[in-house]
Design a protein around this ligand. Structure first.
Ligand SMILES: [Zn+2]
Ligand SMILES: [Zn+2]
Length: 68
């Protein structure tokens, strides 16, 4: 199993956020509370803002900085 715990955004490296829904597994990838999402899961949160990581990773660095 290979889990990437870090993500690069805007040229900086951040720790990925685990799934934090306590009641049921992630609807996108099935991760349970405290587990990392499967790579590319649409429900993973961005470590630097309150958006979704898949969306943030597609943003240009400048637009993401303005996002928060
Ligand atoms: Zn997920
Ligand atoms: Zn973001």
């Amino acid at each position: 199993m290979q889990e990437e715990k870090l993500v690069v955004l805007d040229g900086r490296t951040y720790e990925r956020l685990p799934y934090d829904g306590a009641d049921e597994p992630c609807p996108g990838c099935g991760a349970e509370f405290g587990q990392l999402h499967v790579a590319g899961c649409g429900y993973e949160r961005c470590p630097t803002c309150d958006g979704y990581l898949v969306t943030c990773m597609q943003m240009e660095p400048d637009s993401h900085t303005k996002h928060d």
